[in-house]
Structure formats: C-alpha cells, structure tokens
Design a protein around this ligand. Sequence first.
Ligand SMILES: Cc1cc2nc3c(=O)[nH]c(=O)nc-3n(C[C@H](O)[C@H](O)[C@H](O)COP(=O)(O)OP(=O)(O)OC[C@H]3O[C@@H](n4cnc5c(N)ncnc54)[C@H](O)[C@@H]3O)c2cc1C
Ligand code: FES
Length: 349
Amino acid sequence: MAHIVRLEPIGVEMEVNEGETVLHAAFRQGIMLMHGCKEGQCASCKSILLEGDMDLMKHSTFALPDYEREQDYILLCRTIPYSDLVIELLNYDEELLKLAIPVKSYPGQVAEITPLTHDIRRLVVALAPESGFRFFAGQYVDLTSGRHQVTRSYSMASTPQTPDRLEFLIKVYPGGAFSSLLDGDLKPGDPMTVTGPYGICCRRQGEGPVVLVGGGSGMAPLLSIVRDMAECRIDRPVRFFYGVRNVPDLFYLDEIATLSRRFRHFDFVPALSAWDGSAPWQGETGYVHEVVDRRLQRGEVDGADAYASGPPPLIDAVIPVLRMKGIDVDRIYFDKFFQASPIEPARDA
Ligand SMILES: Cc1cc2nc3c(=O)[nH]c(=O)nc-3n(C[C@H](O)[C@H](O)[C@H](O)COP(=O)(O)OP(=O)(O)OC[C@H]3O[C@@H](n4cnc5c(N)ncnc54)[C@H](O)[C@@H]3O)c2cc1C
Ligand code: FES
C-alpha cells in the first residue's frame, strides 16, 4: 500500500511505497530533494514532520540529535511513512526540482582501470548505448560490483555528452571494500551496475565566475563540470583550487592545462598540504581553504557559482571562506565524500 506524502512549501505530492524511504521515493519519481550521504549521516535531507506517522531508521546522532528529534525534525533518507505525511522541507533548490532525472539502475561493465597516482585509479564503466542513462555534470552514482555485491558512491569525471562511457577517479583505501577491488580483483568485462544519477553539486546556468574547490579524488565532479563547460562552449571565468598532500599526488595537469586554453580566464591553483621537499615545487602550500582565502579577493567573485567536493573536513573548512569572499550561500554547491560505514555507531530512533 502506498502513502501520499506532501512536501511543503513547494506543494508537491508523491507516492511512497510500503517500506520505502521518502528520499528514495522522491528519487524514483524524479523529484530531486536535498541530499548527501543517503544513509542518515550528513543531515543534508533534514526536514520537519508536520502531520502523520512514520518510522525513523538508524541514523547518526550527529546528523539528527535527540533534541531535534523531539521537535519533529526528521531525515528524509531514513523516514518510512506509516500513514500519509505532510513534511516541511528546510532546504530545497527550485532549479533542481524542475530539472531532476529519475533514479534508475543500469547494467554495465568495467571497461578500463588505470593508475593515475600511487592511490588514485581511473575507472571507466561502459553502459549499453541504448540504456538511456542521463546525468548532469558534477553528479554521482552508486556503483555495485556484480561479482562482489559491494556498493559505493562515486562522482562522474566524464560529461553528459558520453553517458554510455562513465569515467570515475577513485582513491584506493587499503582494505576498502570497494576501492581496493581496483587493485587486482576487478577486471575489464566484470559486471558493474550503475544506479543514479544523484547529487546536487551539478553545473548550474549563469553568467558570473565559477569557483571550483576540491581535494584528492574530489577532482572528479569538478573535472566533469569544467569539461562540460568546454564541450558546451560556456566561457565563464574559472578559478579552480585543488588540494593534495604532495607532488606525487597530482595528476591530469596536462589535461587541465589543455582545458584552460578553451577559456578566456582560467586560473588553476594546485596546493600541497604536506610538501616534504623531495620533489621541486614552486606553487602554493597549505590547506586548500587557506589558499582560497589567500588568493581570492572579496568582490572579485560576485555572482559566482561555487562547487566543492572531497572529504567532509575540506568542505566544512572551505564553505565559510567562500561565504566571506561574498559568494551567496545558495550558490555554493558541494558533495561531501562520506564513507559508507558510519562515522559513529548508528542507532535506532
Ligand atoms: C556523494 C559521494 C561521492 C563520492 N565520490 C567519490 C569519488 O568520486 N571518488 C572517490 O574516491 N570516493 C568517492 N566517494 C567515497 C566513496 O563512496 C567511498 O566511501 C570510498 O571509496 C571508500 O569506500 P571503500 O569501500 O573502499 O572503503 P570502506 O570499506 O567503506 O572503508 C574502509 C576503511 O577505509 C578508510 N576510508 C574509507 N573511506 C575513507 C574516507 N573517505 N576518508 C578516510 N578514510 C576512509 C576507513 O578507514 C574505513 O574504515 C564519494 C562518497 C560520496 C558520499
Ligand atoms: S542524505 Fe539524509 S542524512 Fe545524509
């Protein structure tokens, strides 16, 4: 039996199937609500229950502390309706609500795995050309390895112009259930299911400057956005800040140099947070948010769209800096690369 969930203040009604979360039902029906981890860790989908009965599945108390739970705050990715509901969205993005693409699963297979650095791998997944998969530059999908039945989220580095050949940039963690498969277990031809698209850190229309900030494999959605702008001949001024630890962690510098020539104003600033002097370096050093603070003057990015991706501490550090530089909080889009396993023991509500 399905329940009707009304979302205020946008006035959208949707059906949620028995046992389904509100967020999942929205994805299925092409309604792109604010979200991040999709598993009760990040608070991006926090909303208020106005009417109805529901069950709140396991979530982190960091995302939803007890005192908020007592005030009818809920997490849409953890909410299973027991009756029709009325929910007030705390955050929503009208542009995305209109644009969203329904989330579906698509069978694919591993096409290529190439090392880019000592711990970053380029994975290419091929889908059937007639699969109908679509996404916006900057979005991510859930990849499920068919042989191992492990699912993790990864951002596309490729563009919507090649939806049947998806490129991912993945950092390998020793013992990581998915990422370590890239170092020997996974082979070209292996089945790989793609579920998506997800994510709100996708390229928006506009005319002002574009500020990109990322670290490590957080390069992926930013590269997708820049490649897409170049392919679509969108010549907005680009400020691209990219942080890694040391010189050997840098990759794709030649491609970024080539891409930069497609724009009238393109400033790429790599920064090393742990330069040890073993390789020569004349560029910026320090954490990437410090470099953004040093290099970006207040006023020069008025009307900008900013995109940030990478580990959660990087995003948390850079958002206040971008705001201090005058970028409107509603125009800062980000993807925190949360780990799939809980940061703290998840608990039942
Ligand atoms: C929206 C979103 C987009 C993402 N996009 C990308 C992407 O484009 N490229 C990419 O490489 N990753 C991305 N991630 C992270 C990715 O989904 C996995 O969490 C990551 O690859 C680790 O998965 P695993 O199965 O290898 O490790 P797991 O088996 O989940 O973890 C094993 C251990 O590895 C360590 N570990 C795992 N992840 C991290 C981490 N993030 N930071 C520090 N230590 C960690 C921890 O010690 C952990 O206990 C994204 C995550 C999200 C939520
Ligand atoms: S998407 Fe719901 S808590 Fe992260």
